[in-house]
Design a protein around this ligand. Structure first.
Ligand SMILES: Cc1cc2nc3c(=O)[nH]c(=O)nc-3n(C[C@H](O)[C@H](O)[C@H](O)COP(=O)(O)OP(=O)(O)OC[C@H]3O[C@@H](n4cnc5c(N)ncnc54)[C@H](O)[C@@H]3O)c2cc1C
Length: 431
């Protein structure tokens, strides 16, 4: 008898969990439930549009969906809206929650709600055509922008704003964002982080790429950098030495391009200033005895890239302190598991989710006894329920049609022009 598993969330973690299930349990049948008509999660809507090499992982995920006898894609079906967790647990032998962590963490400072301040989840979603954020219309009408955070997402945001249309030409930046970014009068991006250069979390390849841009140069104050012989601070990432070498190179390079990307270390935002909208950001020095003063930088846009939290859902225990679904090594309850960012928060790269999902699936399979005998009704019963509720389920074949339509309408050289509204994706299916 086959074992039925519902995986909720078609991002990298969901796909890696399915891959592990298919390898580990020959008789498993998986339904992949995803709230958007499109699969792939942040691999489609988070990874930067100019990093198509990274997005190519979606081809690997697509091959998993081609295994139609054992895996079904049920797109445009949202846990909590179209089906409850209780129902899924009734219908499937096990449920794996892979819903990511889409909510931007807040700075918790005055002025954070002024027009012109955006979390990177919303801002990146906007320039990646995520249906939740494609109507954001961010204010990009001033020459100075602050990006808060010293991780790869902050670098992505600075780079996508600073690149020329020609540099973005081979990517899938949607038209609405391409036009807005090209029209922005950008001159200076402040990249602001609380910690020092040796503790910054950006990886070396992403950092080095900032030194290769056509119209923008990175700007680093050499006085902010430790001497080569200095010991690294505790907690420095393993790539810190390489990052410091890259930053030293930036500090020595000429500042000869029209746009600057200026690194500000040991700086803590304490207020965003403005009356009708953002006008400035106030920073205080984070270093004890650093001797620096509070500064106010005039900026007309602020983008925070300081992490994400999971969205709480009825029936799922939530850890408010960590912002993830409460779990022990991926186990939430008998027959109920979490993987990916929903399990451990926003850390690591796409491949990190592979090892993580494999370990959770190993546990799920080992605990098969605890989840009861196989034989719950599975997918056929869910289909009936969704039909009764008149949910327009998007199958893998449907997604392939939407995908083909996106590719067909791309401008020459671009891989696709995304549909950025759910209705537009569904309209492809009724044409
Ligand atoms: C801006 C950004 C850029 C990144 N760039 C890179 C990069 O260049 N390289 C790299 O290796 N990593 C990158 N990452 C990290 C990588 O994207 C994550 O490690 C990975 O996507 C996490 O996978 P996940 O499946 O846990 O979550 P997600 O990718 O967020 O997938 C969650 C899925 O669940 C769905 N979902 C949510 N709620 C529900 C619900 N109630 N019902 C049904 N479905 C639901 C969502 O629509 C989504 O499809 C980036 C992350 C961000 C935020």
């Amino acid at each position: 008898m086959s074992v039925s598993v519902a995986v909720v969330g078609a991002g990298p973690a969901g796909f890696f969990a399915i891959d592990a299930l298919l390898r580990g349990q020959p008789a498993v049948r998986v339904d992949l439930i995803e709230r958007l008509p499109s699969p792939y999660g942040l691999a489609r809507d988070g990874v930067a549009p100019d990093h198509q090499g990274t997005k190519a992982i979606t081809r690997q995920f697509e091959r998993i969906l081609m295994n139609g006898a054992r895996v079904r894609f049920l797109g445009h079906v949202e846990l909590g809206r179209d089906v409850t967790l209780e129902e899924l647990r009734e219908l499937y032998d096990a449920v794996v929650i892979a819903i990511g962590a889409p909510i931007d963490r807040r700075l918790g400072i005055p002025g954070e709600d002024l027009p012109g301040v955006y979390g990177s989840g919303a801002f990146v979603g906007w320039y990646n055509g995520h249906p939740d954020h494609s109507a954001l219309a961010p204010l990009l009408d001033g020459p100075h922008v602050a990006v808060i955070g010293h991780g790869n997402v902050a670098i992505d945001v600075a780079r996508v704003l600073a690149k020329t249309p020609a540099e973005m030409a081979a990517g899938d930046l949607p038209c609405h964002a391409a036009q807005a970014i090209a029209a922005a009068p950008l001159r200076l991006v402040h990249l602001i982080g609380r910690r020092g250069p040796a503790e910054a979390r950006f990886t070396s390849a992403e950092l080095a790429e900032l030194g290769t841009l056509a119209r923008a140069h990175p700007r680093v104050d050499a006085a902010d950098l430790p001497a080569k012989s200095d010991a690294l601070p505790a907690g420095a990432p393993k790539f810190a030495r390489k990052n410091l070498d890259i930053l030293r190179g930036f500090a020595a390079a000429p500042a000869d391009k029209p746009v600057s990307i200026a690194f500000r270390f040991h700086a803590r935002p304490i207020a965003i200033l403005g009356t009708e909208r953002v006008e400035a950001i106030r920073l205080e020095p984070e270093m004890a005895g650093g001797g620096r003063e509070v500064v106010e930088l005039p900026v007309s846009t602020v983008i925070t890239a300081i992490g994400y939290r999971c969205r709480p859902l009825t029936g799922l225990p939530f850890s408010d302190a960590t912002g993830v679904i409460a779990n022990t090594d991926g186990r939430i309850d008998a027959g109920l598991y979490a993987v990916g960012w929903a399990k451990r928060g926003p850390s690591g790269t796409i491949p990190t989710n592979r090892a993580d999902a494999m370990a959770v699936v190993d546990r799920l399979l080992a605990e098969r006894g605890a989840i009861g005998p196989a034989g719950k009704p599975g997918g056929a019963a869910l289909d009936r329920l969704l039909a009764e509720r008149r949910v327009r389920v998007v199958s893998f074949a449907d997604w392939q049609r939407i995908n083909a339509a996106e590719v067909a309408r791309a401008a020459p050289g671009h891989p696709r022009e995304k549909f950025v509204r759910v209705d537009d994706m569904l309209a492809v299916l009724s044409s």
